[in-house]
Write a protein that binds this ligand. Structure first.
Ligand code: CA
Length: 517
């Protein structure tokens, strides 16, 4: 990266010595004739975040960013010109056979000792960053009623229980009218089972069902609780002992009251940072994502892993083109094979829908300078840092290992967030370039912007400005430590994120790869 402390001069950001393109750093872009410190002169206008050719590139030659081939030139590209999306022919995804072998066990990291947070210890040994009552639901039919009951619970009950942060209805569109025995159904079902066990829900389970649905409520009880003798955690709206809507709602409110009393007796206690389960995600990415926000999050991810915590990165379509960079980081060949298995599953899933990974990039990504999914993926995986990958989860599986975990999910923001919550995430770190007001009810979301203009414009939505890395005001390490410390503060309830402050609670979204009937 060239010296960019004087932001008024034409500046580009080149990531690797052998890259033949760089991105324009200046706010508002640059005009033809603009000359960089090294003598390169622009021959056309280039918007901020878009790529400039650092040398002449012949038709068919590779275009390199991040030291990786992000495409091939569709026609000759002159030095100093704008490397537009139409000039970048997308390469094939890396083959899933003959990938580099697992060598992650050789990665040496110094342990990071002494970092703690004030969390809620659960009976199963996990620790929450919040003390929330979750009301699980087995079918969409009950969602409106549960939402109605939650309004009453918030106004009538929560004031009596000051140590409880919130009550959350886990409502969704699944549960009936679906092929419940199809192989794909396992994903939404285990997602709902595991959501109820999220550490931020304190081990208190209650499920509201209808009665006649395909997904019978007892299927959602955590393992070991599914005995028909103990049905006290389930209420069915069609239960013949309930007369009218009023009694149905009263019954839900009464179940909640009992559990809120238990949750209210809990207090925060000092927990090692190793008890954190942090999920990483990006959304509304731009060309700066892989330069500022994601590298800073990657640095924070390494700190968390060194402190013994669990860190999950996800979004299969955004790592698929970087799989050759991930298999060598697997701690053993079993983990490398699991990575490949998840990529292969998703390739086939996309094929079934007659789509491929190129369907991932959005108009906003492209306006932000990202030509294709390969370039987006190279910037996306940087948020996983440099730690060895110690485990792989299929969508919605509960996390079993400490360290850096690949939790396979779609890249769709709310589906990814929901699946990471099911895996046990208690804190979410979300990077954005274009800007999104993303928020979750079940876990705090720290939003990191890739550019300072976004964090200035959205001063009351963005928690961390990583754009300071591009303007030279801060280093990747500075912002990485800032994110790490903010994670500990938010996990302890000492600080609130903007999405918590405003109560921005986007709905959960299940991933259902199975057929609907
Ligand atoms: Ca995403």
């Amino acid at each position: 990266m060239q010296d960019n402390t004087q932001a008024s001069k034409p500046l580009y950001i080149r990531l690797r010595a052998n890259d033949n393109v760089a991105i324009v750093a200046n706010k508002g872009g640059l005009q033809p004739g603009a000359e960089f410190a090294g003598g390169l002169r622009l021959i056309e206008q280039i918007p901020q975040g878009h790529k400039v050719a650092l040398e002449d590139i012949a038709a068919g030659e590779p275009i390199r960013r991040y030291g990786e081939v992000i495409g091939h030139a569709a026609k000759p590209v002159a030095k100093g010109s704008w490397v537009k999306e139409s000039l970048v022919l997308m390469p094939e995804a890396p083959s899933l056979s003959n990938l580099p072998q697992a060598r992650g066990a050789q990665i040496v990291q110094e342990p990071l000792e002494g970092f703690t947070f004030e969390g809620y210890r659960n009976p199963d040994g996990s620790a929450g960053t919040k003390n929330i009552l979750a009301i699980s639901t087995s079918v969409q039919c009950v969602a409106g009623t549960v939402d109605f009951a939650v309004k009453r619970i918030r106004t009538e009950l929560l004031p009596k229980y000051p140590n409880v942060d919130d009550v959350v209805a886990v409502t969704h569109a699944y549960g009936c009218g679906v092929a419940i025995n199809a192989p794909g159904a396992a994903v939404p079902i285990r997602t709902l089972q595991n959501l109820a066990r999220n550490p931020n829900f304190g081990g208190e389970v209650m499920i509201v069902g209808l009665g006649c649905e395909k997904l019978q409520p007892e299927l959602l009880l955590p393992e070991g609780m599914a005995s028909p003798a103990d049905d006290s955690d389930i209420m069915r709206m069609q239960d013949e002992s309930l007369t009218g809507f009023g009694e149905i709602v009263d019954s839900i409110v009464a179940m909640a009251d009992k559990r809120l009393g238990t949750l209210n007796r809990r207090r925060r206690e000092t927990c090692p940072a190793a008890d954190l389960v942090v999920g990483l995600q990006c959304g509304g990415s731009d060309a700066f994502s892989g330069v500022t926000a994601n590298p800073a999050v990657g640095f924070a991810a390494d700190l968390l892993v060194r402190a013994g915590a669990t860190v999950m990165f996800s979004e299969v379509t955004e790592v698929r083109d970087a799989i050759h960079l991930l298999t060598p980081r697997a701690v053993n060949q079993g983990v490398a094979d699991a990575l490949i298995r998840e990529m292969d599953w998703y390739d086939r899933y996309l094929q079934t829908g007659e789509a491929d990974r190129s369907a991932n990039t959005t108009p906003g990504n492209k306006t932000g300078g990202l030509s294709n999914i390969v370039e987006k993926a190279m910037g996306s995986v940087i948020k996983s840092g440099t730690s060895p990958i110690s485990g792989v989860l299929s969508p919605g599986e509960r996390v079993r290992d400490k360290g850096l975990i690949f939790a396979a999910t779609p890249a769709s923001d709310f589906i990814c967030g929901t699946l990471q919550l099911a895996s046990g995430m208690t804190m979410h770190v979300f990077t954005t370039g274009r800007g999104t007001p993303y928020g979750l009810a079940a876990a705090p979301v720290i939003k990191v912007s890739t550019r300072s203009d976004l964090s200035e414009r959205w001063h009351d939505l963005i928690d961390v400005d990583a754009g300071t890395i591009a303007t030279g005001k801060a280093t990747i390490e500075d912002v990485g430590w800032q994110i790490f410390n903010l994670i500990l503060d938010v996990a302890s309830g000492r600080k609130k994120t903007w999405s918590e402050h405003w109560g921005i609670h986007n709905s959960m979204a299940l991933f259902n790869p199975g057929p609907v009937t």
